[in-house]
Design a protein. Structure first.
Length: 298
């Protein structure tokens, strides 16, 4: 049994966490940010669970909207599984938290809450294709960079918990790619989409937001819009424009795509909360910068 929990981050259906019931007790995939931990606790209580019941927490990556409350579950006794590249940042989150605070400033704590260190004995780095068995369920790690270099998609049987690598899709709207800095790499992302395809999953579980059954159609739409956004950004990078200049134009472009797909203004606002346009501007400009510099050195 898999339960999708709405953490109600700013709006409904922006961030999910997932409870998988196993023969050895419940397992959590994603924790959401620490700021909405009270909501997560309430959802767990609704299912008849407490934080202390969870001995295993699987993270797709270390961004705050996915992993921000992982330390609280470790304090309650859970082992936390993470990509090797994310391991050191959860062991000592000082640099991770400081970098985010420079972006969010005084909004940091209200948006994301706190992040404390996870003890070494409760934190485990997971290599690509490793399988971890909990009772009657086996979690297989697929390293899937593109959105983040430290990204894992977790396969359980014929379903995959895809974190951000399969994009965001809210309440039947279009799929969009979250493209924050610093790790966006379109080529790697396409390769990771193909890793998901190769497993032929019957269902994807998106952290933003929920189950997807038409997997191939979904992944094709994601790949197309990822390329579209990257191509839209390229001339702005070539012209030497900075992110603050480009943000209003990209916001308008992405907004119009959502409206054209049939969303109303409220629906578009939910997408903006789950996947802020300004973050994708910074991420995609950085992608083109890194790609251009790499070509010069080749």
């Amino acid at each position: 049994m898999i339960h999708t929990l709405d953490l109600e981050f700013q709006v409904k259906q922006a961030i999910a966490a997932f409870v998988i019931e196993t023969s050895e007790g419940p397992v959590l995939v994603e924790t959401g940010p620490h700021s909405v931990l009270p909501r997560l606790k309430s959802e767990l209580d609704r299912l008849g669970y407490k934080m202390e019941d969870f001995k295993h927490v699987f993270l797709s990556h270390i961004h705050f909207d996915h992993a921000g409350a992982a330390w609280a579950f470790a304090q309650a006794g859970a082992k936390v599984y993470v990509h090797p590249r994310g391991y050191k940042h959860l062991l000592d989150p000082t640099r991770l938290y400081g970098s985010a605070k420079r972006i969010y400033g005084d909004m940091m704590e209200s948006l994301w809450g706190l992040m404390e260190a996870i003890p070494e004995h409760l934190l485990e780095a997971v290599e690509d294709e490793r399988e971890i068995t909990v009772g009657d369920s086996t979690f297989k790690a697929w390293h899937t960079p593109g959105h983040a270099s430290h990204h894992i998609a977790w396969q359980v049987g014929d379903v995959i918990f895809s974190g951000d690598v399969a994009g965001c899709k809210i309440d039947g709207g279009p799929v969009v790619p979250p493209c924050p800095p610093p790790d966006i790499n379109v080529e790697q992302w396409v390769d990771s989409i193909n890793i998901l395809r190769a497993q032929n999953p019957k269902r994807l579980y998106l952290t933003h937001f929920g189950p997807i059954d038409n997997v191939e159609e979904h992944l094709t739409e994601l790949e197309n819009i990822l390329q579209d956004w990257a191509n839209w950004m390229k001339p702005h990078y070539d012209a030497g424009r900075k992110a603050p200049e480009v943000v209003p134009e990209f916001q308008a472009y992405a907004h119009q795509q959502l409206i054209a797909a049939g969303l109303d203004e409220e629906g578009a606002a939910r997408y903006e909360a789950a996947n802020p346009s300004y973050m994708s501007v910074a991420g995609l400009l950085r992608y083109w910068h890194k790609k251009t510099e790499a070509a010069k050195e080749a």
